[in-house]
Design a protein around this ligand. Sequence first.
Ligand SMILES: C[S@@+](CC[C@H](N)C(=O)[O-])C[C@H]1O[C@@H](n2cnc3c(N)ncnc32)[C@H](O)[C@@H]1O
Length: 304
Amino acid sequence: MKKSKDLYISPSYSFQDNAPVYLFTNENVADEIRVLGDIYGGRVLSVGASGDHAFAAYMAGAAHVDTFDINSLQQAVTDLKTTLIHHVSYENFMDFFFDTKNFFNPRILMQRDIKIPNTVKVLLGEYERRGNAVFKYEAGQNAAYLTNHIPYLVNKHAYMQLRSVLPKQIGFTHCDMRDIQSPLSKGPGMFSDNKYDVILLSNIYDYVVPSENMISQTDNMKFFYDEFLLPMSRRLLTRNGGRIAFRYLWGSSPSAWSNYIQWVENEMLGNCARTIRKHSVHVRSFPSNQKGCAWDSVLFLKQR
Ligand SMILES: C[S@@+](CC[C@H](N)C(=O)[O-])C[C@H]1O[C@@H](n2cnc3c(N)ncnc32)[C@H](O)[C@@H]1O
């Protein structure tokens, strides 16, 4: 039986280049970012995924967002949505993704003199070739649900608000998160060390450290902290307040993960972060956007 968080994910799913793509997030990205604290004017590094993390970061006031993803087709999804948001009406955008008769209808994209990015042409070609197998789920089937939960889809006003803060293109680097050695672009000059104030890793944790390879959740988290978070924070994160949202969790209640969260707060902080006094570790819960879940949580660290 599928886990609740996997409700929309195709069984053929795997993270690699050209794997089936997410068209929309399955996280409550708005609240996830809100609980990290103020990001206004900040520089953000985010997993690319459907682009919704980057969109939410811009809506929360980020000055600059760089994205990365192991699957280059996710760039196409972000470029596609960015192009549509800038050039077509809210109604056309909704038709493109949620009206089964118009789903991925190229005429909506070609209705005016819209310059279609090459990445998007590749994705359209993949759709022609692979059909719905190119998506992790068929958005059209989940219209009512998604439109109530993705902030910029809720109504025309929110959509226009996103348009007003969204750059014409979002920076994307095709790479594995573990290979990012230095900031992916030079951002606006106001950020002296050119590092990131916020890094959003979604639930990549679940796949980078699959639990069956490890003895326990504790070992997993220690491994992840030592091997990824610590080096990443040194290379990429702003000192004094830089934050990494390093694990997104779906749950049925605020206490669903309480033992684990308690361990993260006490043990992880004690064994990893406190010894070097580099990071504080935090957890915040908020309502879930995911069917079958009620409360989600995000684990994040803050650099001192
Ligand atoms: C972890 S998935 C899950 C979907 C996510 N919960 C959302 O709301 O979009 C998000 C993205 O992470 C990417 N990804 C997974 N492992 C990665 C890695 N090691 N490095 C870079 N990107 C990765 C996938 O290709 C996918 O587009």
